[in-house]
Design a protein around this ligand. Structure first.
Ligand SMILES: [Zn+2]
Ligand SMILES: [Zn+2]
Length: 347
């Protein structure tokens, strides 16, 4: 099969690799669409240490079932499916508590990090355990389905905190995750959702997706939020960047007793304005990946409550993968999600 192989850092090549053979509990999927994730771009040059070559990356994918192991019951050949990016064991303590995102034996497709190496979906075929496979609603295209992982991440982040009807929220960072969190907060009952970013084109997109107001990041942000919340601050801030300045802004913009959800994690460490957090009794809640949100994500996309099409900047054949990776790596403006499509599918 054809696959996009990271053969050395910053070098992707179209390689001929053996088509995987599904184990008894696995499903072989003919990949129709696979999104390039920020984590793939960070892994591409070796900076994250989680894409040690040689590796086929890609974990945000959808396609058609091409073969099933003999113990597989939840899908059959020809089904249109997607799958969780996380392979969990199902039997450790976190898994038994339903926190499969925190599985002690967690593996992510398309990651090689020293502990394990697991082939991903920038390829014509990928084999995955049947327990992480979901059948797609008919009205979802493969390219939209490749966004489900990000939608599930957004829903999970929002599910971790109490949201009273009519709450006001601020999203910091209008990348793909931030724009999905924005929509998930609305679905969860927030009456006003504000969004901030350094990039004005992203804010325009955020506005078109229904943000109550968009605010440039910087010194004026806190004033802008206080003005829109009667001087008290928002009930909820969701941080989708992960650097000092945005974390400090999130803590400053939330009301006393409010919640800050931390999703972004570009920096391994940040400075914490401790006294603001303690004396204003702010709750900090980390959020990692997703745990069971795929069915809800599919439903919300299917009924149009969450929109992903505006976030897809391009759908390109697998062969063009190396070029798109370089463009994303070079931080080309106005690029949001790029979806690669192996084979002759209409994604
Ligand atoms: Zn991802
Ligand atoms: Zn587990």
């Amino acid at each position: 099969m054809k696959a996009l192989l990271l053969s050395e850092y910053r070098h992707l090549e179209l390689a001929d690799l053996p088509t995987p053979v599904p184990a008894v509990d696995e499903v072989l999927i003919r990949v129709a669409a696979c999104g390039i994730c920020g984590s793939d771009v960070h892994g591409y040059d070796g900076s994250s240490g989680r894409r040690i070559p040689p590796i086929v990356m890609g974990h945000e994918a959808a396609g058609i079932v091409a073969a099933v192991g003999r113990e597989v019951r939840n899908c059959k050949i020809g089904d249109r499916v997607t799958f969780d990016s996380t392979v969990y064991c199902g039997s450790c303590d976190p898994c038994r508590r339903g926190e499969v995102n925190l599985c002690d034996h967690r593996q992510v497709l398309g990651v090689s990090c020293g502990d394990y190496r697991r082939a991903g979906a920038f390829a014509e075929y990928v084999a995955v355990p049947a327990r992480i496979v979901y059948r797609l609603p008919d009205n979802l295209s493969f390219a939209e389905a490749a966004m489900l992982e990000a939608v599930a991440v957004a829903l999970h982040a929002v599910s971790l905190i109490p949201i009273a009807p009519g709450s006001k929220a601020l999203v910091l960072g209008a990348g793909a995750i931030g724009l999905l969190v924005q929509q998930a907060l609305r679905v969860a009952g927030c009456s006003q959702v504000f969004v901030t970013d350094v990039d004005s084109t992203r804010l325009t997109l955020s506005e078109s997706l229904g943000a109550s107001a968009v605010l440039p990041s910087g010194d004026s942000l806190i004033d802008g939020i206080l003005r829109r919340t009667g001087g008290s601050g928002v009930d909820i801030a969701v941080e989708a960047v992960g650097v000092n300045s945005t974390i400090a802004s999130a803590i400053s913009c939330v009301r006393k007793g409010g919640n800050v959800v931390l999703v972004g994690n570009i920096s391994p460490e940040v400075t914490l304005p401790l006294q603001k957090v303690v004396t204003r009794q702010i709750r900090l809640q980390g959020s990692c990946a997703s745990a069971g949100e795929y069915p809800r994500a599919m439903e919300l996309l299917s009924i149009g409550e969450i929109k992903v099409k505006p976030l897809i900047s391009a759908i390109a054949p697998l062969e063009e993968g190396p070029r798109w990776f370089e463009r994303l790596y070079g931080r080309e403006p106005n690029l949001m999600k790029v979806v690669l499509s192996p084979g002759n599918f209409s994604a």
